[in-house]
Design a protein. Structure first.
Lengths: 179, 146
């Protein structure tokens, strides 16, 4: 099910790029949006690669890619809106923050980690930045156990190591609610 | 049920976020001091990442309008590093104001950072001279009952 039903952004010329997710699903996106993904941009910066070439993104699931494309599309639109006018810039910035919050609010912990990996692989700096901030917010002021569960980590400390580490940062546990 | 199976199937071939120390560092950069301390206790890998002094440097100067001059870093490193600076000086200076909530949320000023740096020097020399005594200047770091 290619993404052909969506109307391309009116400002962009007709050129589109095809991106293939790990399960083979093809997404057709406007060139300006595709170039937000630095990995894709580098792919085409190589000599002799035509825009007709389908870009294989083996490490990105179709769910994640769909969300990434949706975010980048709106980010490109918002950037086009901002200009010299400070008022317009401010409004665009607020809208972008709203867009980021919306994306993050709906995501499960697993989903957000998957998006981070996708944004990292596709090399989208802004997206990676706000996603990391979102994860930071989710684990802030939480217990050690909570963080372990969130990241699916095993406690590989020996009892002595663990005690020593906790003693080093004993101040961090003052007043933290065990959740 | 079916969705969960599909998700589990998806999880296996994917590489894990814990394989990316650069991403983990970016996440840890956004934490406050106490949360960074908690992170250090999660597992060996996280402990190693949290020991990265530049994370603590970032924390110490995060809310200061302009970053500290580059001449500060070698001094701080010589005196024990940014993690120690945060633990021994920056955090107590903020706690003096009362609630631990403030430690987490408040933005601190350049002056408070400067004071912390001065106390850090004091701490270093007092340690060299043989530990805290009754006349230790580090009393400035202890909480006050007002």
């Amino acid at each position: 099910m290619a993404n052909n039903g969506e109307n391309p952004s009116p400002d962009v010329g007709g050129k589109t790029v095809k991106l293939k997710a790990d399960d083979g699903e093809i997404f057709e996106v406007e060139e300006a949006v595709a170039m937000e993904l630095q990995t894709v941009k580098s792919f085409f910066d190589d000599d002799g690669v035509s825009y007709d070439t389908v870009v294989p993104l083996l490490n990105v699931s179709s769910t994640a890619l769909a969300k990434v494309i949706q975010y980048c599309r709106r980010a490109v639109e918002l950037r086009a809106k901002s200009g010299d006018d400070e008022g317009a810039n401010e409004k665009a910035r607020e809208e972008r923050e709203g867009l980021e919050a919306e994306l993050v609010r709906e995501e499960s912990d697993e989903g957000i980690k998957e998006l981070i990996l996708a944004a990292n692989y596709l090399n989208i700096k802004d997206m990676l930045s706000f996603l990391c901030r979102a994860v930071g917010d989710r684990i802030k002021n939480k217990s050690v156990e909570y963080v372990r569960r969130f990241f699916v980590l095993e406690n590989d400390f020996s009892p002595e190591e663990e005690e020593r580490t906790r003693n080093e940062v004993a101040w961090a546990f003052e007043g933290v609610d065990a959740d | 049920m079916q969705q969960k199976k599909a998700e589990e199937k998806e999880k296996k071939p994917k590489f894990c976020i814990n394989d990316h120390t650069d991403i983990l560092t970016e996440i840890l950069k956004r934490l406050d001091g106490p949360s960074l301390g908690v992170a250090a206790c999660v597992c060996r890998l996280w402990s190693a990442i949290a020991r990265n002094d530049s994370l603590w440097e970032h924390l110490c100067f995060r809310h200061v309008a302009s970053p500290a001059p580059s001449s500060v870093r070698p001094v701080v490193l010589a005196l024990g590093g940014y993690k120690r600076l945060y633990m021994v000086c920056v955090r107590p200076v903020l706690s003096r104001l009362g609630h631990s909530d403030l430690v987490r949320r408040r933005f601190w000023t350049r002056d408070e950072v400067q004071l912390s740096l001065s106390l850090f020097c004091v701490d270093y020399y007092e340690r060299r001279l043989g530990g805290a005594s009754a006349s230790s200047l580090m009393f400035l770091c202890k909480p006050v009952n007002v």
